[in-house]
Design a protein around this ligand. Structure first.
Ligand code: PLP
Length: 419
Protein backbone atom coordinates (compact mmCIF):
# COMPACT_ATOMS: atom_id res chain seq x y z
CA UNK A 1 0.00 0.00 0.00
CA UNK A 2 1.46 3.41 -0.87
CA UNK A 3 2.12 5.93 1.86
CA UNK A 4 3.22 5.07 5.33
CA UNK A 5 1.67 2.72 7.80
CA UNK A 6 0.06 4.48 10.75
CA UNK A 7 1.17 2.49 13.76
CA UNK A 8 -1.21 3.22 16.62
CA UNK A 9 -1.09 0.08 18.69
CA UNK A 10 0.01 0.76 22.28
CA UNK A 11 3.42 -0.73 21.62
CA UNK A 12 5.50 -1.28 19.69
CA UNK A 13 5.48 2.46 19.05
CA UNK A 14 7.07 4.52 16.31
CA UNK A 15 10.85 4.38 16.40
CA UNK A 16 12.21 7.86 15.58
CA UNK A 17 14.61 8.11 12.63
CA UNK A 18 17.27 9.29 15.00
CA UNK A 19 17.07 6.07 17.01
CA UNK A 20 16.93 3.92 13.87
CA UNK A 21 20.11 5.58 12.65
CA UNK A 22 21.80 5.13 16.02
CA UNK A 23 20.97 1.40 15.89
CA UNK A 24 22.24 0.96 12.36
CA UNK A 25 25.83 0.05 13.08
CA UNK A 26 28.37 -2.71 12.81
CA UNK A 27 28.63 -5.19 15.64
CA UNK A 28 31.44 -4.72 18.09
CA UNK A 29 33.20 -6.65 20.82
CA UNK A 30 31.08 -6.49 23.95
CA UNK A 31 34.13 -7.44 26.00
CA UNK A 32 36.39 -4.68 24.67
CA UNK A 33 37.84 -2.02 26.92
CA UNK A 34 35.69 0.57 25.12
CA UNK A 35 32.39 -1.13 25.88
CA UNK A 36 31.89 -0.06 29.52
CA UNK A 37 31.51 3.56 28.50
CA UNK A 38 28.31 2.66 26.65
CA UNK A 39 26.89 0.31 29.28
CA UNK A 40 27.69 2.42 32.34
CA UNK A 41 26.10 5.51 30.82
CA UNK A 42 22.88 3.58 30.28
CA UNK A 43 22.62 2.37 33.87
CA UNK A 44 23.18 5.91 35.06
CA UNK A 45 20.73 7.61 32.72
CA UNK A 46 17.97 5.02 33.11
CA UNK A 47 17.59 5.99 36.75
CA UNK A 48 16.33 9.41 35.74
CA UNK A 49 13.48 7.86 33.75
CA UNK A 50 12.46 5.85 36.82
CA UNK A 51 12.97 8.92 39.05
CA UNK A 52 15.28 7.14 41.42
CA UNK A 53 18.66 7.93 42.88
CA UNK A 54 18.99 4.77 44.93
CA UNK A 55 17.54 2.15 42.57
CA UNK A 56 19.69 -0.08 40.41
CA UNK A 57 18.68 -0.59 36.78
CA UNK A 58 19.03 -3.98 35.07
CA UNK A 59 18.83 -4.36 31.31
CA UNK A 60 17.85 -7.83 30.10
CA UNK A 61 17.70 -8.93 26.47
CA UNK A 62 14.02 -9.75 26.95
CA UNK A 63 10.64 -8.01 26.96
CA UNK A 64 8.31 -6.71 29.64
CA UNK A 65 7.33 -10.29 30.46
CA UNK A 66 10.98 -11.07 31.19
CA UNK A 67 11.03 -7.99 33.44
CA UNK A 68 8.05 -9.35 35.40
CA UNK A 69 9.83 -12.66 35.85
CA UNK A 70 13.17 -11.11 36.82
CA UNK A 71 11.50 -8.95 39.47
CA UNK A 72 9.72 -11.88 41.10
CA UNK A 73 12.34 -14.65 40.94
CA UNK A 74 15.10 -12.50 42.40
CA UNK A 75 13.14 -11.46 45.46
CA UNK A 76 10.71 -14.27 46.38
CA UNK A 77 10.62 -17.99 47.17
CA UNK A 78 8.16 -20.64 45.97
CA UNK A 79 5.17 -20.69 48.33
CA UNK A 80 5.48 -17.00 49.22
CA UNK A 81 2.19 -15.10 49.31
CA UNK A 82 1.74 -12.03 47.16
CA UNK A 83 -1.27 -9.76 46.75
CA UNK A 84 -2.35 -8.67 43.27
CA UNK A 85 -5.34 -6.72 42.04
CA UNK A 86 -6.49 -7.95 38.62
CA UNK A 87 -8.23 -5.53 36.28
CA UNK A 88 -7.10 -6.40 32.77
CA UNK A 89 -5.21 -8.84 30.62
CA UNK A 90 -1.76 -7.69 31.73
CA UNK A 91 -2.46 -7.87 35.44
CA UNK A 92 -3.96 -11.30 34.68
CA UNK A 93 -0.84 -12.48 32.83
CA UNK A 94 1.49 -11.28 35.55
CA UNK A 95 -0.53 -13.19 38.14
CA UNK A 96 -0.36 -16.28 35.93
CA UNK A 97 3.42 -15.93 35.69
CA UNK A 98 3.70 -15.59 39.48
CA UNK A 99 1.55 -18.70 40.00
CA UNK A 100 3.65 -20.71 37.56
CA UNK A 101 6.68 -19.85 39.70
CA UNK A 102 4.94 -21.40 42.68
CA UNK A 103 3.92 -18.16 44.37
CA UNK A 104 0.56 -18.07 46.16
CA UNK A 105 -1.32 -15.12 44.77
CA UNK A 106 -4.18 -13.51 46.71
CA UNK A 107 -6.12 -12.00 43.83
CA UNK A 108 -8.37 -8.96 44.24
CA UNK A 109 -10.68 -9.07 41.24
CA UNK A 110 -11.65 -5.61 40.11
CA UNK A 111 -14.01 -4.74 37.29
CA UNK A 112 -12.12 -4.19 34.02
CA UNK A 113 -12.17 -0.44 33.49
CA UNK A 114 -11.10 0.37 37.04
CA UNK A 115 -7.65 0.27 38.59
CA UNK A 116 -5.82 -0.71 41.75
CA UNK A 117 -8.17 -0.28 44.76
CA UNK A 118 -5.88 1.43 47.28
CA UNK A 119 -8.43 1.26 50.14
CA UNK A 120 -9.09 -2.45 49.71
CA UNK A 121 -5.34 -3.13 49.48
CA UNK A 122 -4.83 -1.16 52.69
CA UNK A 123 -7.54 -3.17 54.50
CA UNK A 124 -6.10 -6.51 53.42
CA UNK A 125 -2.60 -5.52 54.43
CA UNK A 126 -3.71 -4.23 57.83
CA UNK A 127 -5.40 -7.58 58.49
CA UNK A 128 -2.16 -9.43 57.66
CA UNK A 129 -0.68 -9.01 61.15
CA UNK A 130 1.90 -11.75 60.66
CA UNK A 131 3.18 -10.09 57.48
CA UNK A 132 2.73 -13.25 55.48
CA UNK A 133 2.17 -11.23 52.32
CA UNK A 134 5.61 -10.66 50.89
CA UNK A 135 4.76 -8.55 47.88
CA UNK A 136 2.12 -6.43 46.21
CA UNK A 137 1.91 -6.50 42.39
CA UNK A 138 0.40 -3.45 40.70
CA UNK A 139 0.12 -2.71 36.99
CA UNK A 140 0.50 1.06 36.79
CA UNK A 141 -1.03 1.39 33.33
CA UNK A 142 -3.29 -1.49 32.30
CA UNK A 143 -2.76 -1.40 28.55
CA UNK A 144 -5.69 -3.72 27.86
CA UNK A 145 -8.30 -1.34 29.28
CA UNK A 146 -6.59 2.07 29.13
CA UNK A 147 -6.58 2.47 32.91
CA UNK A 148 -3.89 4.18 34.99
CA UNK A 149 -3.73 3.43 38.71
CA UNK A 150 -2.61 5.76 41.44
CA UNK A 151 0.58 4.15 42.71
CA UNK A 152 1.15 6.98 45.18
CA UNK A 153 -2.22 6.16 46.80
CA UNK A 154 -1.29 2.47 46.93
CA UNK A 155 1.94 3.34 48.69
CA UNK A 156 0.10 5.53 51.20
CA UNK A 157 -2.27 2.63 51.93
CA UNK A 158 0.70 0.30 52.49
CA UNK A 159 2.34 2.79 54.80
CA UNK A 160 -0.88 3.36 56.73
CA UNK A 161 -1.11 -0.41 57.24
CA UNK A 162 2.57 -0.37 58.28
CA UNK A 163 3.11 -3.36 56.05
CA UNK A 164 6.61 -4.28 54.87
CA UNK A 165 5.63 -6.08 51.62
CA UNK A 166 7.72 -5.25 48.59
CA UNK A 167 5.94 -3.06 46.05
CA UNK A 168 6.27 -4.39 42.48
CA UNK A 169 5.04 -2.04 39.77
CA UNK A 170 4.60 -2.85 36.10
CA UNK A 171 5.35 0.40 34.30
CA UNK A 172 5.61 -1.19 30.87
CA UNK A 173 3.17 1.22 29.23
CA UNK A 174 3.72 4.15 31.59
CA UNK A 175 7.42 4.63 32.28
CA UNK A 176 8.80 7.39 30.08
CA UNK A 177 5.28 8.58 29.14
CA UNK A 178 3.23 9.00 32.33
CA UNK A 179 4.68 10.40 35.53
CA UNK A 180 6.48 7.63 37.42
CA UNK A 181 8.21 8.34 40.73
CA UNK A 182 10.05 5.29 41.94
CA UNK A 183 11.72 6.85 45.00
CA UNK A 184 8.79 8.99 46.08
CA UNK A 185 6.35 6.06 45.87
CA UNK A 186 8.94 3.71 47.39
CA UNK A 187 8.55 1.25 44.55
CA UNK A 188 10.81 -1.74 45.14
CA UNK A 189 10.74 -3.25 41.68
CA UNK A 190 9.76 -1.19 38.66
CA UNK A 191 9.50 -2.92 35.32
CA UNK A 192 9.40 -1.67 31.76
CA UNK A 193 10.02 -2.80 28.20
CA UNK A 194 11.78 -1.00 25.38
CA UNK A 195 8.95 -0.84 22.83
CA UNK A 196 6.67 1.78 24.37
CA UNK A 197 7.69 5.08 25.96
CA UNK A 198 11.34 4.39 25.21
CA UNK A 199 10.52 4.41 21.47
CA UNK A 200 12.65 1.35 20.66
CA UNK A 201 11.85 -2.01 19.13
CA UNK A 202 10.86 -4.75 21.57
CA UNK A 203 13.91 -6.55 22.90
CA UNK A 204 14.82 -5.12 26.29
CA UNK A 205 13.20 -5.93 29.61
CA UNK A 206 14.30 -3.28 32.10
CA UNK A 207 13.93 -3.62 35.85
CA UNK A 208 14.90 -1.08 38.47
CA UNK A 209 15.35 -2.49 41.98
CA UNK A 210 15.41 -0.59 45.28
CA UNK A 211 18.03 -1.34 47.97
CA UNK A 212 15.29 -3.19 49.89
CA UNK A 213 14.58 -5.36 46.83
CA UNK A 214 18.28 -6.09 46.39
CA UNK A 215 18.52 -7.14 50.03
CA UNK A 216 15.58 -9.53 49.54
CA UNK A 217 17.76 -11.51 47.11
CA UNK A 218 19.64 -13.00 50.03
CA UNK A 219 16.64 -15.10 51.07
CA UNK A 220 14.84 -15.50 47.73
CA UNK A 221 14.85 -19.13 46.64
CA UNK A 222 13.05 -19.02 43.28
CA UNK A 223 15.36 -20.68 40.75
CA UNK A 224 16.96 -18.17 38.39
CA UNK A 225 19.74 -18.25 35.85
CA UNK A 226 19.18 -15.97 32.87
CA UNK A 227 17.41 -13.40 35.04
CA UNK A 228 19.72 -13.59 38.04
CA UNK A 229 20.39 -10.10 39.42
CA UNK A 230 23.57 -11.43 41.05
CA UNK A 231 25.25 -12.28 37.75
CA UNK A 232 24.14 -8.92 36.37
CA UNK A 233 25.43 -6.99 39.37
CA UNK A 234 28.88 -8.56 39.11
CA UNK A 235 29.21 -7.96 35.35
CA UNK A 236 27.47 -4.57 35.29
CA UNK A 237 29.79 -3.23 37.99
CA UNK A 238 32.56 -3.40 35.40
CA UNK A 239 30.38 -2.11 32.57
CA UNK A 240 29.71 -5.53 31.03
CA UNK A 241 26.90 -8.08 30.80
CA UNK A 242 26.99 -11.72 31.86
CA UNK A 243 26.03 -12.78 28.32
CA UNK A 244 26.00 -11.28 24.85
CA UNK A 245 23.96 -8.07 24.83
CA UNK A 246 22.07 -6.76 21.82
CA UNK A 247 24.45 -4.06 20.64
CA UNK A 248 21.96 -2.22 18.37
CA UNK A 249 19.39 -2.12 21.17
CA UNK A 250 21.91 -0.62 23.56
CA UNK A 251 22.88 2.09 21.08
CA UNK A 252 19.20 2.68 20.44
CA UNK A 253 18.60 3.00 24.17
CA UNK A 254 21.42 5.52 24.46
CA UNK A 255 19.81 7.65 21.76
CA UNK A 256 16.37 7.26 23.32
CA UNK A 257 17.66 8.40 26.71
CA UNK A 258 19.39 11.36 25.05
CA UNK A 259 16.13 12.37 23.34
CA UNK A 260 14.21 12.05 26.60
CA UNK A 261 16.79 14.21 28.37
CA UNK A 262 16.62 16.85 25.64
CA UNK A 263 12.81 17.02 25.74
CA UNK A 264 12.59 16.76 29.54
CA UNK A 265 10.38 14.23 31.30
CA UNK A 266 7.85 16.80 32.50
CA UNK A 267 7.41 18.09 28.96
CA UNK A 268 6.98 14.53 27.73
CA UNK A 269 4.34 13.77 30.37
CA UNK A 270 2.47 16.99 29.49
CA UNK A 271 2.58 16.12 25.77
CA UNK A 272 1.13 12.68 26.45
CA UNK A 273 -1.64 14.21 28.56
CA UNK A 274 -2.53 16.74 25.89
CA UNK A 275 -2.47 14.23 23.03
CA UNK A 276 -4.59 11.82 25.08
CA UNK A 277 -7.14 14.53 25.86
CA UNK A 278 -7.56 15.14 22.12
CA UNK A 279 -8.33 11.44 21.61
CA UNK A 280 -10.80 11.52 24.49
CA UNK A 281 -12.49 14.57 22.94
CA UNK A 282 -12.84 12.61 19.67
CA UNK A 283 -14.34 9.61 21.49
CA UNK A 284 -16.93 11.87 23.14
CA UNK A 285 -17.75 13.48 19.80
CA UNK A 286 -18.31 10.02 18.28
CA UNK A 287 -20.80 9.34 21.08
CA UNK A 288 -18.70 6.37 22.24
CA UNK A 289 -17.39 5.44 25.68
CA UNK A 290 -14.02 4.49 27.00
CA UNK A 291 -13.53 1.22 28.82
CA UNK A 292 -12.02 3.28 31.69
CA UNK A 293 -14.98 3.89 33.95
CA UNK A 294 -14.12 7.31 35.36
CA UNK A 295 -11.79 10.19 34.52
CA UNK A 296 -9.52 9.29 37.45
CA UNK A 297 -8.65 6.06 35.59
CA UNK A 298 -8.04 7.61 32.15
CA UNK A 299 -4.74 6.61 30.67
CA UNK A 300 -2.58 9.12 28.84
CA UNK A 301 -0.88 6.41 26.78
CA UNK A 302 -3.77 4.30 25.47
CA UNK A 303 -7.50 4.77 24.98
CA UNK A 304 -9.63 1.62 24.89
CA UNK A 305 -12.81 2.57 23.02
CA UNK A 306 -15.99 0.51 23.37
CA UNK A 307 -18.01 0.00 20.19
CA UNK A 308 -21.83 -0.04 20.25
CA UNK A 309 -23.74 -3.31 20.79
CA UNK A 310 -24.02 -5.29 17.58
CA UNK A 311 -20.73 -4.00 16.18
CA UNK A 312 -17.62 -6.16 16.24
CA UNK A 313 -14.59 -4.04 17.15
CA UNK A 314 -12.40 -6.55 15.29
CA UNK A 315 -14.10 -5.38 12.08
CA UNK A 316 -13.18 -1.76 12.82
CA UNK A 317 -9.57 -2.81 13.30
CA UNK A 318 -9.57 -4.96 10.18
CA UNK A 319 -11.04 -2.26 7.93
CA UNK A 320 -8.70 0.38 9.39
CA UNK A 321 -5.74 -1.82 8.58
CA UNK A 322 -6.70 -3.13 5.15
CA UNK A 323 -8.29 0.01 3.77
CA UNK A 324 -6.47 2.86 5.51
CA UNK A 325 -3.12 1.34 6.50
CA UNK A 326 -3.83 2.17 10.13
CA UNK A 327 -2.91 -0.28 12.90
CA UNK A 328 -5.22 -0.03 15.92
CA UNK A 329 -4.94 -2.17 19.05
CA UNK A 330 -7.33 -5.09 19.52
CA UNK A 331 -9.56 -5.86 22.50
CA UNK A 332 -7.80 -8.54 24.53
CA UNK A 333 -9.30 -11.61 26.18
CA UNK A 334 -12.78 -10.79 27.51
CA UNK A 335 -12.69 -7.42 25.70
CA UNK A 336 -12.14 -9.08 22.32
CA UNK A 337 -14.60 -7.65 19.79
CA UNK A 338 -15.90 -5.13 22.31
CA UNK A 339 -13.29 -2.44 21.98
CA UNK A 340 -10.42 -1.14 19.90
CA UNK A 341 -7.46 0.74 21.26
CA UNK A 342 -5.60 3.80 20.07
CA UNK A 343 -2.09 3.88 21.45
CA UNK A 344 -0.90 7.44 21.97
CA UNK A 345 2.55 7.07 23.40
CA UNK A 346 6.11 7.57 22.35
CA UNK A 347 7.27 9.67 19.45
CA UNK A 348 4.00 11.36 18.47
CA UNK A 349 2.56 14.75 17.67
CA UNK A 350 -0.87 16.23 17.01
CA UNK A 351 -1.00 15.68 13.28
CA UNK A 352 0.02 12.04 13.57
CA UNK A 353 -2.76 11.49 16.05
CA UNK A 354 -5.28 13.40 13.93
CA UNK A 355 -4.45 10.95 11.14
CA UNK A 356 -5.22 8.01 13.41
CA UNK A 357 -8.45 9.61 14.62
CA UNK A 358 -9.52 10.25 11.01
CA UNK A 359 -8.74 6.65 10.07
CA UNK A 360 -10.60 5.24 13.07
CA UNK A 361 -13.55 7.50 12.29
CA UNK A 362 -13.70 6.29 8.68
CA UNK A 363 -13.39 2.65 9.73
CA UNK A 364 -16.17 3.11 12.31
CA UNK A 365 -18.45 4.51 9.62
CA UNK A 366 -17.47 1.74 7.19
CA UNK A 367 -18.68 -0.92 9.62
CA UNK A 368 -21.93 0.92 10.22
CA UNK A 369 -21.36 2.98 13.36
CA UNK A 370 -23.39 6.20 13.10
CA UNK A 371 -20.80 8.94 13.27
CA UNK A 372 -21.11 12.35 11.63
CA UNK A 373 -18.14 12.70 9.28
CA UNK A 374 -15.33 14.71 10.80
CA UNK A 375 -16.70 15.16 14.32
CA UNK A 376 -13.92 13.25 16.04
CA UNK A 377 -11.22 14.98 14.07
CA UNK A 378 -12.85 18.37 14.69
CA UNK A 379 -13.06 17.80 18.44
CA UNK A 380 -9.43 16.72 18.69
CA UNK A 381 -8.33 19.55 16.43
CA UNK A 382 -10.14 22.07 18.61
CA UNK A 383 -8.45 20.65 21.67
CA UNK A 384 -5.01 20.79 20.11
CA UNK A 385 -5.50 24.33 18.78
CA UNK A 386 -6.92 25.70 22.00
CA UNK A 387 -4.16 24.20 24.13
CA UNK A 388 -1.26 24.85 21.75
CA UNK A 389 1.92 26.27 23.21
CA UNK A 390 2.90 29.78 22.10
CA UNK A 391 4.40 29.74 18.63
CA UNK A 392 8.11 29.03 18.97
CA UNK A 393 10.31 31.96 17.99
CA UNK A 394 11.71 31.87 14.48
CA UNK A 395 15.42 31.07 14.47
CA UNK A 396 17.31 34.37 14.56
CA UNK A 397 19.44 33.61 11.49
CA UNK A 398 16.49 32.75 9.29
CA UNK A 399 17.90 33.31 5.82
CA UNK A 400 16.16 31.00 3.40
CA UNK A 401 16.26 32.24 -0.19
CA UNK A 402 12.51 32.99 -0.09
CA UNK A 403 12.78 35.37 2.81
CA UNK A 404 15.23 37.42 0.74
CA UNK A 405 12.87 37.99 -2.17
CA UNK A 406 11.96 41.64 -2.63
CA UNK A 407 8.20 42.25 -2.18
CA UNK A 408 6.47 40.69 -5.22
CA UNK A 409 9.66 40.22 -7.17
CA UNK A 410 12.45 38.01 -8.37
CA UNK A 411 15.63 37.63 -6.39
CA UNK A 412 17.65 40.76 -6.96
CA UNK A 413 20.76 38.80 -7.79
CA UNK A 414 21.70 35.21 -7.35
CA UNK A 415 24.68 36.23 -5.29
CA UNK A 416 22.42 37.56 -2.52
CA UNK A 417 20.85 34.19 -1.85
CA UNK A 418 23.95 32.40 -0.68
CA UNK A 419 22.88 29.98 1.99
N1 PLP B 1 2.67 -5.19 31.00
C1 PLP B 1 1.98 -4.32 30.28
C2 PLP B 1 1.23 -3.23 30.98
C3 PLP B 1 1.97 -4.42 28.89
O1 PLP B 1 1.29 -3.53 28.17
C4 PLP B 1 2.69 -5.46 28.27
C5 PLP B 1 2.70 -5.60 26.81
O2 PLP B 1 2.05 -4.89 26.09
C6 PLP B 1 3.39 -6.35 29.08
C7 PLP B 1 3.37 -6.18 30.44
C8 PLP B 1 4.14 -7.48 28.49
O3 PLP B 1 5.24 -6.95 27.82
P1 PLP B 1 5.94 -7.71 26.60
O4 PLP B 1 4.91 -7.93 25.56
O5 PLP B 1 7.00 -6.73 26.22
O6 PLP B 1 6.49 -8.97 27.16
Amino acid sequence: MPGRNFLFVPGPTNVPERILRAMDRAMEDHRSSAFPELASGLFHDLRKVFATTTGQAFIFPATGTGGWEAALVNTLSPGDRVLAPRYGQFSHLWIDLAQRHGLRVDIIDVEWGEGAPADRIGEILSQDKQHEIKGLLVVHNETATGVTSDVGAVRRAMDAAQHPALLYVDGVSSIGSIEFRMDEWKVDLAITGSQKGLMLPAGLGIVCASPKALAAREHAKCPRVFFDFGDMIRANAMGYFPYTPSIPMLYGLRESLAMIAEQGLDTIYARHRRLAEGVRAAVRAWGLKLCAKAPKWYSDTVSAILVPEGVNAADVIDVAFRRYNLALGAGLARMSGKLFRIGHLGDLNELMLLGAIAGAEMALRDVGVQVTPGVGVAAAEEHYRSTAAPLPARPAASSSPDTQLPPGGKPAARATVRA
